[in-house]
Design a protein around this ligand. Structure first.
Ligand code: GDP
Length: 426
């Protein structure tokens, strides 16, 4: 049984918490896209952790954690992260790295930084983790695949070829020092030594696991609106954030993905640039940001304050549709307990017309939110375990949103911890 846990919106919906929670019943947790540019925050018996590369199943003894071929693998960061959790008494996880995963190289990170500098005010708000240069190189067929670390001839030839190409940019576009093939080769040898014990033919491993009836979780990063095809291009990430891509980024048949848990946060937040129709500002935003998440809505990787907004039914309906949602996990609902009334964006007004269909980017930039206000519940809902025990107005909020987005909310998260979850019968 393969399940995907993915985001409906801009990311930071609480996928880490939901994956960590579902991993209790899983044998394998696999990251299938993205890199160390975004983070999941997880609160469990060992403490509070920000994971950037490791799958959110690493806290259990019974799970195998896999870095799939679709991931932008930053080897030093992976090993730093492993150390950071084992230093805090988490047992060393069982880890496998796909032999077909490609590696983020130090020059990708430099290129990302230099390009953001060059763009100045017109930058994309990149986290400067090298992700866009990495995926560009992957598709330009000049990336380094983990398997290639074990073919010395290929490495030597490619290191030389890549340096020639990159040095044109370094020297002539960015006016920075170039990189040397010997240094690059050295780095690649270090990476080989670090990763060798974990390298695996992951698609063959998963094929057997599926035959053996194992439960496999595909863990997505970011959300639908950051997908390079279906998101708010060009303010998107560089790999597909959709559950469908889980089949590719892990190496399994698409029809094996039986459940798609799409995580939706009870209000909106976004990092980076781009249109954000239900965005709020000033004191209203500051209050939601400080109360939001677990200790405030600040980036898990960068620490920068997230942009805040009310729940957006238009974006979330679209986000759930593109994911192929079977279940919605509705998270961080407890945070809204302070509000007298809660605005919900139910439509976009574009050129005088109201629509509930999420538009392409140039139209999105003209969209104004149409709000409906729902009464708040004015109390703390943490600790509640049964849906029927939630305050009436809180259930009304959930059911209103469920109707607007058209996908079943089967889980409601009312706190950051593993056990802060309310299952709803279908
Ligand atoms: P992800 O990237 O989708 O995993 O999301 P993040 O980890 O960036 O953001 C989610 C934040 O909300 C984290 O700080 C979580 O600990 C926290 N969180 C998750 N679910 C809940 C919830 O139901 N209530 C509260 N208060 N916090 C939550």
């Amino acid at each position: 049984m393969v399940k995907a846990v993915v985001g409906a919106n801009w990311g930071d919906e609480g996928k880490g918490k939901i994956t960590d929670m579902l991993a209790e019943q899983a044998d394998i947790v696999i990251r299938f896209q993205g890199g160390a540019n975004a983070g999941h925050t997880i609160v469990n018996d060992y403490g509070k952790f920000a994971l950037h590369t490791l799958p959110s199943g690493v806290f259990y003894n019974h799970t195998t954690s896999i870095i799939g071929n679709g991931v932008a693998l930053n080897i030093p960061i992976l090993f730093e992260e492993l150390k950071s959790i084992t230093d805090r008494n988490v047992p060393m996880p069982k880890l496998l790295v796909s032999d077909r995963a490609q590696m983020v190289m130090p020059y990708h990170i430099l290129l990302d930084q230099y390009e953001e500098e060059r763009l100045g005010g017109k930058s994309f708000g990149s986290t400067k983790s090298g992700i866009a240069p990495f995926y560009s190189d992957k598709y330009a067929k000049i990336g380094f695949q983990v398997s290639e670390l074990f073919d010395e001839e290929c490495l030597k030839e490619k290191a030389k070829r890549v340096c020639e190409l990159k040095n044109v940019l370094f020297e002539h576009l960015y006016h920075k020092p170039g990189i040397s093939p010997d240094e690059l080769l050295d780095t690649l040898h270090q990476y080989r030594e670090m990763v060798e014990p974990y390298v695996c033919n992951v698609s063959a491993y998963l094929d057997q696991a599926i035959k053996d009836g194992k439960t496999i979780l595909l863990e997505g990063q970011l959300g639908t609106l950051k997908d390079p095809d279906h998101g708010i291009y060009p303010m998107v990430t560089s790999s597909s954030t959709l559950a469908a891509f889980g089949a590719i980024g892990a190496g399994i048949p698409p029809y094996e993905i039986r459940q798609v848990v799409t995580v939706c946060k009870a209000y909106s937040s976004s990092v980076g640039a781009g249109a954000f129709v239900s965005e709020i500002f000033g004191e209203e935003a500051d209050e939601l940001r400080t109360r939001g998440g677990d200790g405030g809505e600040f980036g898990a990787t960068t620490g920068r304050p997230r942009r805040m907004g009310w729940f957006d039914c238009v974006a979330s309906k679209y986000g759930c549709r593109l994911q192929g949602t079977t279940d919605v996990a509705f998270t961080v609902l407890d945070v809204l307990g302070y509000l007298d009334e809660i605005p919900v964006c139910v439509g976009y007004e574009i050129d005088g017309e109201v629509t509930t269909e999420f538009p392409v980017t140039y139209k999105l930039e003209k969209a104004k939110p149409v709000y409906e206000k729902l009464p708040g519940w004015k109390c703390d809902i943490r600790g509640i375990k049964n849906y029927d025990e939630l305050p009436q107005n809180c259930r009304a909020y959930i059911e209103f949103i469920e109707k607007q987005i058209g996908y079943p909310i089967t889980m409601v998260s009312n706190g950051p911890g593993r056990s802060d979850i309310i299952y709803r019968k279908r």
